[in-house]
Design a protein around this ligand. Structure first.
Ligand code: TRP
Length: 368
């Protein structure tokens, strides 16, 4: 029997049925019309990792009318970053390129400090600083991208206080499933994240922002949308784009570091090669003879999925890899080799840019 999936901002368990979640949360599927508008965006967006939204059509419409639009998405710095962490940021960057808008990136060091029992205060700050360099290295536009840390940027606390006043304890509890034994940081943090999401409007005035996030973060979006229209603020309700979880190398539901099989952005070439060879779940057959005869299953094959969502933007090349795999012309070992080379090329560039980011950091960090 299937265990009913459990999805909250802090826990993901069991088999996730995304269609059910979409109904349960009351969000909209991404229509053909929207798909046309994001044809040139990052593969994560146009090839289906993003499967649901709230008001993204309104965001596009506002953009088309020449109104201000923006993108906001954040990072909880609980550890060094791995590939799965990049999902919302790659999408934010491609929205910035397509629609020439500002991007806001809050870093919730406070959230991870409260929620992760073993994460010390100084660790949270250390990971913030390191993660910020990774984010800058992705190539966001200078002057149009604003990064800020909860522990550092004091304005955010003022906004959070204004919001906290309009959220009752029982609302926060109902939305997040707070438990009596949770420390009280957990109950305040939702006001911080709502302040992040409304930050573009606090800073620039009323306009529509979109939040690309994992579907597990939707409770924050719902709460923020309710608060936005309160008389105190009279803001636009933020739009959202919801992602499925990217499968872990071993084929599990969510890439999470507890498995120890993640591709970290700091990995060496050899580490990448070893991890892919050892862990990447294969959709191929047990023996070469069988594989040649029956072919592999790209839908189940994690190496293929990573090429599809991250590393092979060219549709024709991806199709050829797909078809060759299905026909048994391409072996799992060869497919893995393609992925290894792509990841290593990406990481080599990334690690170089991360070094350079140290000098650019002041251009991206918001001042108090
Ligand atoms: N809570 C998010 C996480 O754990 C990070 C985050 C902080 C965020 N602020 C945000 C995401 C604002 C979206 C919007 O990953």
């Amino acid at each position: 029997m299937h265990k009913e999936a459990m999805v909250t901002p802090w826990e993901v368990e069991g088999e996730v049925d995304y269609q059910k979640l979409l109904h349960k949360f009351g969000t909209s599927a991404i229509s053909e019309k929207i798909k046309k508008r994001i044809e040139k965006c990052h593969p994560l967006l146009r090839r289906g990792i993003y499967f649901s939204h709230r008001d993204f059509d309104k965001w596009l419409e506002a953009h088309d009318k020449g109104k201000r639009v923006s993108v906001i998405t954040g990072r909880g710095p609980s550890e060094k970053m791995h590939l799965g962490h990049l999902v919302p940021f790659l999408v934010a960057k491609s929205l910035q390129e397509q629609f020439n808008c500002e991007v806001f990136i809050p870093i919730s060091d406070d959230e991870k400090f409260y929620v992760k029992e073993n994460l010390g205060f100084d660790d949270a700050i250390k990971f913030s600083e390191d993660n910020i360099l990774d984010l800058i290295a992705l190539g966001f536009k200078q002057g149009k991208t604003f990064i800020f840390e909860d522990f550092v940027h004091t304005d955010i606390y003022k906004y959070a206080a204004k919001i906290a006043k309009r959220i009752t304890y029982s609302e926060a509890k109902a939305v997040f499933g707070l438990k009596p034994e949770n420390n009280i940081g957990w109950s305040f943090y939702p006001a911080m994240q709502a302040a992040h999401i409304l930050f573009p409007q606090f800073m620039r005035g009323k306009h529509i922002s979109v939040v690309p996030v994992g579907i597990d973060q939707d409770p924050f979006i719902r709460l923020t949308r309710d608060v936005a229209s309160h008389n105190d603020f009279n803001f636009e309700k933020p739009a959202a784009l919801h992602a499925k979880f990217v499968p872990s190398l071993t084929g599990g539901v969510k890439m999470s570091s507890s498995e120890g099989t993640q591709i970290f952005l700091s990995d060496t070439e050899k580490e990448v090669e070893n991890k892919i060879k050892k862990y990447a779940f294969s959709g191929g057959q047990a023996t070469i003879e069988e594989h040649r005869k029956h072919g592999g299953n790209p839908e189940k094959d994690v190496s293929f999925q990573y090429l599809k969502f991250f590393f092979e933007p060219n549709d024709e090349k991806l199709k050829k890899i797909h078809d060759d795999y299905v026909e048994g012309k391409l072996l799992t070992s060869e497919l893995k080799q393609i992925l290894i080379e792509k990841i290593n090329a990406f990481l080599k560039e990334h690690q170089k840019k991360k070094q350079l980011a140290k000098k650019q950091i002041d251009k991206f960090l918001l001042k108090n």
